[in-house]
Design a protein around this ligand. Structure first.
Ligand SMILES: [Zn+2]
Length: 587
């Protein structure tokens, strides 16, 4: 016994600095997530976090002054050392997943502050912060209109100071970022000058007009500042191979390199085109009996896709048809028993807010704030702009045809983003919910939406329709092309012409869509690969768990567990599933 006791005591002494108390971990997690939100009050508003100690967050902007930037650096450094104090071995798999997520959040924060430095080089980031900070208050939240407008007035009053700091910080830009920043800044001017002014409660109108005058003047002079920024040249938006590799590891979770993902995407591109050809050939015989089959894959698949596209809504029925697809998806998923439905059912389909239509030209999903999960979620559908020429409207209706519209609903709502977000909004305790909901992995989120759509098709949605499958594969090609585009555009001298060739001639995209995608690829990096990378990871994880569990494997149980875990980085999710009892190998 003596022999045992002495080393044990020694061990305890040595481990004196190691933290094993679950209550300490909960305190750490809480202070971490709420401090991160407090550092970016615009994100806090979106998460439904309104008050941090004495600060009314809805009235504030992020602090990008030199002092504010230093505070952020100090915060991350301090958190990093606190994180090291936890004795990983004595915590549960779920707690360890949280510690991983905190570590990755710190790494992302430090990368931004020290390497990427968006605040010095990208005017778009400020413009979008302004838009989100005002628009979120204007459009959503559980508070009364008066309360929201009093926060809007406070943010408008603080806007000139925020934009002055932005103007001081910005050193340079490139033609793409400059153009988009100026366009979107114009949208902010309209939001302040027209939309929000028109809706101001009468009792607050005078106050609104007063702060709006100064805010508008500062938005206009910010436009001049953007226009005068030193240009880094036409390719100034490219990350370069080295910086891209670091960001890629942070965003994609480290398990895969850009080279591996690129090789995987190129192989998947070929395989998916082959699958489409095999599916299209019998349809082509039926639809074009007079044609002799040409050997050209693009022609056969293209002709079948053209014919499929003829089954579409009219401008008048577009919304009602979409509503119908939501109801169908809800009933099918509940009936098929492959993916568990959440307890709440709070999604409604609405028109995409006007100021979001530049980004969300087709549709999107807006979850309920993590801290106010009962306020409801929105599936945004962008209506056909009234001023579009007939031909352009037709082209969009053809793209979001009978099958395309259904796939959009599966992706954005059920079983995709809405269903996933609703499960994530049940995560307990609250600090874990905020951590995973606000700082969660985009790879998980987009990967789930693509994977779950395929799962619905595999389960027989629309009676195994080959037209639906072909349309889905066309969308898969788009996700694959997104990954290729991002990697090649950001890390090599890949030209616009080469990018358009990939989209138009190998993945069946329309020109207008391809041009919009190219712009998106130049605005940000490492987001476009998340769809393909996440999808691939979900398939891999499912197959791995299936192999481990053998005959005990049940899809619905696997899906319930990944949904309950919420948007963890995929490698963390893998470890978490392996480390929790329901998954232990049979003895
Ligand atoms: Zn999505």
């Amino acid at each position: 016994m003596r022999h045992f006791l002495i080393p044990a005591a020694l061990l305890l002494a040595l481990a004196g600095c190691k933290q094993r108390d679950p209550a300490a971990l909960e305190r750490f997690r809480r202070q971490f997530v709420f401090k991160v939100l407090a550092l970016n009050p615009v994100n806090a508003t979106m998460a439904g976090y309104h008050q941090h100690q004495e600060a009314a967050l809805d009235e504030l902007w992020p602090d990008y002054s030199p002092t504010g930037i230093q505070k952020q650096r100090d915060f991350y450094r301090e958190q990093k050392s606190r994180l090291k104090a936890f004795d990983r071995a004595s915590f549960t798999a779920a707690d360890n997943a949280d510690l991983d997520l905190v570590a990755s959040q710190i790494a992302v924060g430090e990368f931004e502050l020290d390497t990427q430095q968006t605040f010095r080089h990208n005017p778009v980031s400020y413009v979008e912060t302004v838009g989100n900070g005002l628009f979120t208050l204007y459009s959503t939240g559980s508070a009364s209109k008066e309360k929201r407008y009093s926060a809007i007035v406070a943010r408008l009053r603080a806007l000139p100071a925020f934009l002055n700091t932005a103007a001081d910080n910005l050193q340079d830009s490139n033609p793409v970022w400059t153009r988009v920043a100026r366009e979107e800044n114009q949208g902010n001017i309209e939001l302040v000058d027209k939309t929000m002014r028109d809706e101001a409660p009468p009792s607050m109108r005078a106050q609104y007009d007063e702060v709006a005058a100064a805010a508008l003047a500062s938005l206009r002079s910010f436009d001049d500042r953007i226009a005068s920024l030193k240009s880094t040249g036409d390719g100034g938006w490219r990350s370069g191979a080295e910086r891209y590799r670091r960001k890629f590891a942070l965003v994609l979770g480290g398990g895969v390199t850009p080279e591996e993902l690129l090789a995987g995407a190129e192989a998947a591109l070929k395989a998916t085109r082959r699958k489409m050809f095999d599916l299209a050939l019998p349809l082509h015989h039926k639809l074009y009996p007079a044609h002799r089959d040409p050997v050209d894959l693009n022609l056969i698949v293209g002709e079948v896709l053209d014919r499929i596209a003829l089954q579409h809504s009219t401008e008048q029925s577009y919304f009602a048809d979409a509503r119908q697809t939501l109801e169908e998806a809800r009933q099918f998923i509940a009936r098929s028993g492959q993916i568990p439905m959440p307890k709440r059912d709070s999604v409604s389909i609405i028109e995409t807010p006007v100021f979001m239509r530049g980004v969300y030209g087709v549709g999107g999903f807006s979850p309920a704030p993590v801290l106010e999960p009962a306020t409801g979620a929105f599936y945004w559908l962008t209506p056909l702009p009234a001023d579009w020429p007939k031909e352009k409207k037709e082209s969009k209706l053809r793209e979001y045809n009978r099958y395309g519209l259904r796939l959009l609903t599966l992706h954005e709502a059920i079983p995709g983003h809405y269903l996933q977000a609703e499960w994530a909004n049940d995560i307990q305790p609250e600090s874990r919910r905020v951590l995973r909901g606000v700082m969660g992995s985009g790879v998980y989120i987009e990967g789930w939406a693509v994977y779950a759509t395929e799962t619905a098709l595999d389960a027989g949605y629309m009676d195994h329709s080959p037209e639906l499958r072909l349309t889905f594969l066309k969308q898969q090609l788009r996700a694959i092309a997104n990954a290729i585009l991002d990697i090649k555009l950001q890390t090599t001298a890949f030209t616009e012409a080469e990018a358009l060739d990939l989209m138009l001639n190998r993945t069946f995209q329309e020109r207008s869509e391809a041009e919009a995608k190219l712009q998106r690829a130049q605005l940000d990096s490492c987001q476009l690969p998340t769809y393909f990378a996440g999808y691939r990871e979900f398939v891999r994880l499912r197959d791995k768990v299936k192999a481990r569990q053998g005959a005990r494997f049940q899809p619905v149980e696997f899906h319930r567990r990944v949904l309950e875990a919420g948007p963890l980085p995929m490698a963390t999710l893998d470890q978490y599933l392996a480390g929790t009892p329901a998954d232990a190998p049979e003895r």
